[in-house]
Design a protein around this ligand. Structure first.
Ligand code: CA
Length: 556
């Protein structure tokens, strides 16, 4: 504690030096870059007297409470209908009690959120803080860079958010992804670092592979041969060689796109953008790997390796196939084997590992786990420093855990001495922890809150998930490539890119479906598809992302 309090005192002294030096005004360079240029520090006993109000309220002796003099901040946020009133949630009570800051909250139901948020800006009736604000990057740039209604906190984070700063140091791409092209930071994110949430898993029955006398596949060709075995043999031993479905999933064209990594190109399957190590970006469908992927699935379709309902069935229909009397699914994708199959089969299925492509690449994509735009301070807020120290709580283990699961010993109970595992519990009257969590504990159930989640927090004991974690750690994570970083597009480019993407997406989905099901021929008709995509503006689209990526890379 002593070391901490000295740190806070030093912060105040440094700030005093800066303020004396440059008499207010400068918003960008204020807190952080005081460095050695502030000259002589004021003697300690005069601190406090000439401090401006926003700093005078801060507690410099210890982390909490954040303020010595009670202050009230107004807060506006998006509330899910599953949640209790925010004033009644344990998280908000604890947060206010701990920090000494009273929150005057305006929680707007999520259906009305976009309208109410924009109205608040249009009418200039802004709160001090937005929590669970769901700001798009275009909104950040509009309300921040252009209208100066959101506060640029880039110079304050390192000073007032020690927990967040530690997280950013551990994840350097996150800092570039919350920094706008102009170098400002307007919004803080939610950072999910739970490995198994960051990547898609394709499961395959390892026991069946063994029955075939084959090995875990290392290339798409080897995978193909295994699926042929599943098609031809009576894998489940019921005397019928035809009931096995080699490869299946619930509909979603992206399930095809994602496997392009097996053929040597990794990209984000919502924007369809990827990047090379040299900093050039590419549109996924323009790669050789994408063409190979489509050809592979066209062959697989023609050879009866794919579920004939793969284009139309939903998750429930897939699950019905998984839960039937006989085990019939050889390979499929879902969050975990036990999500689709009876739990006793969970460990029969391994994640299809990152396969080595013809071009020599062995990659599997992961997402960033970042949800931007969750928390912001407005320029009218009198106490931005206190607000930042307050929100920093949810970027540390204690606050993040409270925001996620509530109170230790009451809402969850540790299962080991090192406090690495826990079980959750809920009072009578609730069906499960999730409904209780939403109604009584936290907006983290249903709203996009700031903070950290997942990997670094104690895990809820679930042996079924342990298997999934092991698969991700061994088969996929060593080959991970971030599919595409979270970049900023200008409001104009956002609109333009979205409009081009919508056209590209619709056309591509139909074309790929036709190639795979044999209505179009990959060899004969591929070039005409590429030409069509180009005529729809694919090159302009790529240029927008090239600029955004280059700007992002220069921030990192
Ligand atoms: Ca069979």
């Amino acid at each position: 504690m002593l070391r901490k309090s000295v740190t806070w005192m030093l912060v105040v002294l440094l700030l005093l030096g800066t303020l004396a030096g440059c008499s207010g005004g400068g918003n960008e360079s204020s807190a952080q870059s005081t460095g050695g240029s502030s000259g002589t520090e004021k003697p300690e006993d005069s601190a406090g007297e000439d401090l401006p109000e926003n700093l005078a309220v801060l507690n410099t002796e210890s982390d909490y409470p954040v303020v010595n003099t009670p202050i009230t901040l107004t807060l506006m946020g998006s509330r899910s209908g599953s949640q209790g009133e925010w004033e009644d949630l344990k998280f908000f009570k604890k947060w206010q009690e701990l920090t000494g800051i009273t929150l005057d909250m305006d929680a707007v139901l999520s259906d009305n959120w976009a309208t109410q948020k924009n109205l608040a800006f249009a009418s200039n009736t802004l709160p001090d803080l937005f929590y669970a604000g769901s700001f798009s990057t275009a909104e950040e740039l509009d309300y921040g860079d252009d209208q100066k209604m959101l506060l640029d906190i880039s110079g304050l984070i390192d000073t007032y958010c020690p927990n967040l700063t530690a997280v950013l140091e551990k994840n350097p791409t996150v800092r570039s992804s919350i920094t706008t092209p102009s170098g400002a930071v307007y919004c803080l994110p939610y950072i999910n670092d739970m490995d198994r949430d960051l990547t898609t898993k394709y499961w395959i029955n390892a026991t069946w592979i063994e029955q075939l006398g084959m090995e875990t596949p290392t290339t798409a060709d080897e995978l193909y041969a295994i699926l042929e075995g599943f098609r031809d043999q009576d894998m489940n031993g019921n005397g019928d060689t035809t009931d096995e479905i080699p490869f299946s999933w619930s509909k979603g064209i992206e399930n095809f796109y994602k496997t392009t990594s097996w053929f040597g190109a990794t990209f984000d399957t919502s924007t369809m953008m990827g990047y090379e190590d040299d900093g050039t970006v590419f549109y996924g469908p323009f790669t050789d790997a994408f063409k190979q992927m489509v050809q592979w699935f066209a062959n697989a379709w023609a050879d009866g390796l794919l579920d004939s309902e793969i284009f139309e069935q939903d998750g429930n229909q897939l699950k019905a196939k998984g839960q039937g009397e006989e085990l019939i699914l050889g390979a499929f994708t879902s969050a975990g084997p036990y999500i689709t199959l009876p739990t006793e089969y969970n460990e029969d299925y391994i994640a299809i590992p990152a396969l080595t492509a013809d071009n020599g690449k062995q990659e599997w994509f992961r997402t960033s786990g970042l949800k931007r735009g969750t928390f912001a301070i407005t320029t009218g807020c009198q106490y931005p420093e206190a607000a930042l120290r307050m929100v920093d709580w949810v970027y540390g283990k204690e606050g993040a855990l409270y925001q996620m699961r509530g109170e230790a010993g009451v809402d969850f109970v540790y299962q080991d001495e090192n406090e690495e595992t826990c079980v959750v519990q809920w009072p009578e009257g609730y069906d499960n922890f999730e409904t209780y969590r939403a109604k009584e504990i936290t907006p983290n159930s249903g709203s996009s809150t700031p903070g950290i989640g997942g990997g670094t927090l104690p895990q809820v004991v679930n042996p079924l998930n342990d298997w999934i974690n092991l698969q991700v750690e061994t088969q996929l994570k060593p080959y991970w490539k971030l599919a595409f970083p979270d970049v900023y597009l200008s409001p104009d480019d956002t609109e333009k890119a979205a409009s081009i993407l919508a056209d590209l997406k619709n056309y591509l989905e139909i074309a790929v479906g036709e190639f795979i099901t044999g209505k179009r021929d990959v060899d004969a008709d591929w070039d005409s598809m590429i030409a069509e995509l180009e005529s729809m503006g694919a090159k302009d689209y790529v240029a927008i992302y090239q600029e955004a990526y280059t700007s992002w890379a220069s921030n990192s």
